[in-house]
Design a protein around this ligand. Structure first.
Ligand code: GLC
Length: 419
């Protein structure tokens, strides 16, 4: 274990640029990504608290005036990535994408603060970080739930972080591809095509993005005009937990974030309402067609992370979780292998992802100690056996995607060294 701990630290430092850290050191992702950076900050906190805070500060430096924190920040104007900052054309000081990603920052910061005694200078920095996170959360409430339903929407599959999950298949199938599309993917030059999203997905990713570009990324317009508008269980669970955590931290820093209370209780109630007894699963919603989306995705179990106030349901979820991978050596697969959409190798349609395991583990710790320990050990063993990769086969443990993957290293540090 100690050897892997040292290796994990080296990976983070090796991927570190000027104040931020790349998801991996190869060419696949040459920029700063939103939820990657939050996970990475947690990893740093075990050996360099200043790097941890700086990672979050650099990410939040890219916050838009309206409050959005972009999913990608292109600090060094690198154009080898597609879509790069030139094609997004957002016109911000720090070039960025025009969409966001799962807001895990508040929850990560809460863990960091629990583990450390901060000095005055660090506390001052934290206050600034908290104010920006609050502005970010207010942005979600205002622009991603304009009808005040208590559930927030994502408007692009990339916002979920689980880009080509089968959850999006139906909503994506209704999108007609822009006929003028002309782009060149770069991901296939550096990774295996059978492990990456398909062309039909990319065509739609770009079509939606172009629609947003056309509307100048105006948050007042996008919710209504977007051809993709989904209330996702995993995303709402992350947001619910993030709001609970932000509220708790704010009290210690004497910040008045009380208005979050109202959204939290509405969000919690509405989220509970997405569980279907009939299907024995949480259902996401396609707001464009009003259809329910019933996919056995591991991301539905981020509802455990949200600490829902319903013990009976939590028990049921854990019972279901235990059958998600009843026949596989490695877990958790992103999609239940018994489901027709499962694909052992294709990105978010089957492989094991360390950040998903970590989020589920956080949700299990206070509900089923024994099972949480099992998950923790299995996750660490997978890494110890195979190394720090982007994703893994649940059947063979075979590694896929990028190597030296930052969040796998960072979250391994948390699992190995947590207090
Ligand atoms: C991919 C993943 C996303 C991640 C990014 C950088 O786009 O789907 O979740 O943040 O790569 O690692």
């Amino acid at each position: 274990m100690s050897q892997r701990v040292e290796e994990a630290k080296k990976i983070l430092l090796g991927n570190r640029k000027n104040g931020y850290t790349l998801p991996t050191n190869n060419k696949l992702y040459p920029a700063q990504w939103n939820w990657d950076s939050a996970f990475i900050a947690l990893g740093y906190s075990y050996f360099n608290l200043d790097y941890a805070l700086e990672e979050l500060e650099t990410l939040l430096a890219g916050q838009w005036d309206d409050g959005m924190v972009p999913h990608i920040l292109f600090h060094d104007n690198d154009t080898t990535y597609f879509p790069n900052h030139k094609t997004w054309k957002c016109g911000k000081n720090i070039p960025s994408s025009g969409i966001t990603q799962p807001p895990v920052i508040a929850s990560i910061l809460k863990i960091i603060l629990e583990n450390h005694q901060l000095n005055e200078g660090q506390n001052t920095r934290v206050v600034q970080i908290l104010k920006k996170i609050k502005k970010y959360h207010d942005w979600f409430i205002k622009f991603r739930d304009p009808k005040k339903t208590g559930l927030i929407s994502i408007l692009h599959p990339w916002e979920s972080g689980y880009d080509n999950s089968p959850i999006w298949d139906k909503p994506m199938s209704n999108i007609s591809v822009d006929k003028e599309l002309n782009y060149q993917r770069r991901d296939l030059e550096v990774s295996n095509s059978e492990e990456r999203p398909l062309k039909k997905d990319y065509d739609r990713y770009i079509t939606i993005r172009d629609q947003f570009k056309e509307a100048n990324y105006d948050p007042n317009k996008l919710y209504d005009i977007s051809v993709f508008n989904v209330v996702d269980v995993g995303f709402n669970s992350i947001f619910l937990k993030a709001n609970k955590d932000l509220l708790e931290i704010s009290k210690k820093y004497d910040l008045d974030f009380q208005n979050l209370h109202e959204f939290i209780s509405l969000n919690e109630n509405r989220l509970l309402g997405l569980f279907s007894k009939e299907n024995n699963n949480f259902l996401s919603q396609d707001l464009k067609t009003k259809n329910n989306l019933n996919i056995p995705s591991i991301t539905n179990y981020f509802s455990l992370f949200a600490d829902l106030n319903n013990q009976e349901l939590n028990k049921k979820l854990i019972e279901n979780l235990k059958s998600h991978n009843s026949n596989e050596k490695y877990f958790f697969s992103s999609i239940d292998p018994k489901h027709e959409t499962f694909n052992e190798k294709r990105y978010w349609r089957g492989p094991v992802w360390i950040n998903c395991n970590w989020l589920v583990y956080q949700g299990l710790k206070n509900k089923d100690k024994e099972y949480s320990e099992l998950l923790k050990n299995k996750t660490m063993e997978l890494i110890e056996e195979k190394g720090f990769h982007e994703y893994y086969s649940c059947k063979s443990g075979n590694v896929m995607g990028a190597n030296n993957f930052s969040w796998s290293a960072a979250l391994y540090l948390d699992l190995a060294l947590e207090k």
